[in-house]
Design a binder for this molecule. Structure first.
Ligand code: FES
Length: 357
């Protein structure tokens, strides 16, 4: 049955939406820009920041478009002086209640608060800047937290609870003392946090940042490439950010969708040191006799040595005396070739894989 569409007007444009859609969703579908900050797709709309306010005819006050469902005949205006004035006030208050020093912030150039300040053409906040003075959490090797840059949008809380379902983060305290973190004000390292880094990925400011990427490159200097995580068989899609041929950081890719829909685990997001590690094996090493030192040899020499050994074992004990274990760090094609080699060349079905997820 065809769904009944709801007619409404946004900025004088006649549009239609499905029942249950919000004004924000409808506006975006129709190419009408409404700024947001706390809104994050795939998590509950909480209306925390009010940056997305719009005017709705006959409403008593401005409404948060991310939480307001469409109704038939609704007349919405997104760019009136009252709307802009409220948005400016909200952004100035957020700016002045934190330590948003863009000069050294890792998020400079990718900060959603910075973008809003620029878009609203705010030269400086009309209020005194009063950062709360929290100590920076810097006692783990993956995530740095600076609550002085937190705008209490709650995106990290919802990502932790609703996307990853780790249920580590929540709000504590009240009013101007409100803060986000694990229970009992613990650091990440002393909590049940599994360091998936989802909080880091959704944070709109520099409050939660990628520690290994600190001072390693500005957002605009990094080249983004989508690739597949090599750790297990799920095939998570990720974006690697590279500068001077070095991977600086990793982020889950949301646009591609399946299988991970933008999320990553601790290994996929933070376990990238092996790529440039000096101990990484790039050439074959061979020990001819038991007590010899490992020596670098050519691929031809290594392969012919293995071939001789495998042929000798097969001749003496039969093909089933040989087994092969493939790696999750190989591509599907490589693993296909490997099993083909074991079955067709060696003659055994003793083949397995380290990632049968
Ligand atoms: Fe709508 Fe924050 S984006 S209230």
């Amino acid at each position: 049955m065809e769904k009944k569409r709801i007619p409404l007007t946004i900025d004088g444009k006649n549009v239609e939406a499905n029942a249950g859609q919000t004004v924000l969703e409808c506006a975006r579908e129709n190419g009408i820009f409404i700024p947001t900050l706390c809104h994050y797709e795939k998590t509950t709309n909480v209306g925390a920041c009010r940056v997305c306010v719009v005017e709705v005819e006959n409403a008593r006050s401005l409404v948060a478009s991310c939480c307001m469902p469409v109704t038939p005949g609704m007349i919405v205006r997104t760019d009136t002086p009252a709307v802009r004035s409220a948005q400016k006030m909200i952004v100035e208050l957020l700016w002045s209640s934190g330590d948003h020093n863009c000069l050294t912030c890792e998020q400079n150039g990718a900060c959603e608060l910075q973008n809003l300040v620029y878009w609203l053409q705010i030269e400086k906040p009309r209020f005194e800047i009063e950062p709360p003075g929290y100590a920076i959490e810097d006692n783990n090797s993956m995530i740095q937290r600076d609550l002085n840059k937190c705008v209490l949008c709650g995106r990290c809380v919802r990502a932790c609870n609703e996307i990853q379902v780790n249920e580590v983060l929540d709000f504590s305290m009240r009013g101007s003392h409100a803060k986000v973190g694990p229970a009992f004000d613990a650091d990440y390292i002393n909590s049940s946090c599994v360091f998936c880094g989802e909080c880091l990925q959704v944070c709109p400011t520099g409050a939660i940042t990628f520690k290994q990427a600190k001072f390693a490159g500005r957002p605009w200097e990094l080249q983004k490439t989508r690739t597949t995580c090599t750790y297990c068989g799920v095939g998570c899609q990720m974006d690697v950010f590279v500068k001077d041929n070095k991977v600086i950081k990793v982020s889950g890719n949301r646009e591609y969708g399946k299988p991970n829909e933008g999320s990553l685990c601790v290994k996929g997001r933070f376990g990238m040191d092996f790529i440039q590690h000096p101990s990484r094996l790039k050439k074959p090493l061979m020990r001819r006799n038991k007590n010899d030192e490992l020596k670098e040899v050519s691929w031809e020499e290594a392969i012919s040595f293995i071939s001789d050994k495998l042929s000798a074992i097969k001749k003496k004990n039969g093909p089933d005396s040989i087994a092969g274990l493939a790696s999750a760090r190989c591509t599907n094609e490589e693993n296909y070739l490997f099993q083909k080699f074991m079955r067709a060349v060696i003659g055994t079905n003793n083949v397995d894989h380290c990632a049968r997820l």
